[in-house]
Design a protein around this ligand. Structure first.
Ligand code: 5GP
Length: 206
């Protein structure tokens, strides 16, 4: 008999340049029971990005309307733009019996923790400062101004690591992804998340 588990939210947060986007993509390939929550943002689309795939790109006006209509599970201002998770996209995946992966910042994580959802927070750290600066500098997708803004915020972002249940250092990409997969697998086996475990165990008692 397969023991089913309640679905939960997996939040990955990190300072810019820790490799979070690559890690998320690899994790989704490795674990088919996880789906990625696509956020809304008012940030301009970068080269290579697609609407509804990387983000749902909204105007300031449409984002404000969605806030007013109470459509967001969480939202925050990050690097001068607004980012938010729609309630309906998370519900959609839970109905499909998936765990949902969130690539969101510490502000969004704090809001999710206050919701009635089951949330597991994982903070990803770069291996060292030198490597972080190198990664930020070689990231072709950011403009110089954007990069400067992100660099200045790295320390404040890192200061939030104690709020997370797990911390993983991205020294080696493959082992970092494996560690996160292991965390998710262990979380699925938490007794409190196992559906009908009492009935299952009771069968041994009679
Ligand atoms: P980027 O512009 O590089 O794609 O993302 C910038 C930051 O915004 C990242 O730290 C990312 O995790 C965060 N972010 C992306 N989507 C959301 C969201 O829906 N909510 C919150 N709070 N942060 C988000």
């Amino acid at each position: 008999m397969a023991i089913k588990s309640n679905n939960f939210c997996i939040v990955l947060s990190s300072p810019s340049g820790a490799g979070k986007t690559t890690i998320s993509k690899m994790l989704l390939k490795k674990d088919k029971k996880i789906s990625l929550s696509i956020s809304c943002t008012t940030r301009p689309m970068r080269k290579g990005e697609k609407n509804n795939k990387d983000y749902i790109f909204l105007s300031d006006n449409d984002f404000a309307k969605a806030i007013k209509a109470n459509k967001f599970l969480e939202y925050a201002k990050v690097f001068g733009f607004k980012y938010g998770t729609l309630k309906k996209s998370v519900n959609y995946f839970f109905k499909k019996n998936k765990d949902v992966l969130f690539d969101i910042d510490w502000q969004g994580y704090q809001q999710l923790k206050q919701s009635n959802l089951e949330v597991v927070g994982i903070f990803i750290l770069p291996p060292n400062k030198k490597e972080l600066i190198k990664r930020l500098k070689t990231r072709a997708r950011d403009t110089k101004d954007e990069m400067k803004k992100r660099m200045s915020l790295v320390q404040s972002e890192i200061s939030h690591f104690p709020e997370y249940e797990y911390v993983v250092v991205n020294k080696d990409l493959n082992s970092c992804v494996q560690q996160i997969k292991n965390i998710v697998e262990s979380e699925r086996l938490k007794r409190s998340r196992l559906i009908n475990i009492t009935n299952f165990v009771n069968k041994f008692m009679n």
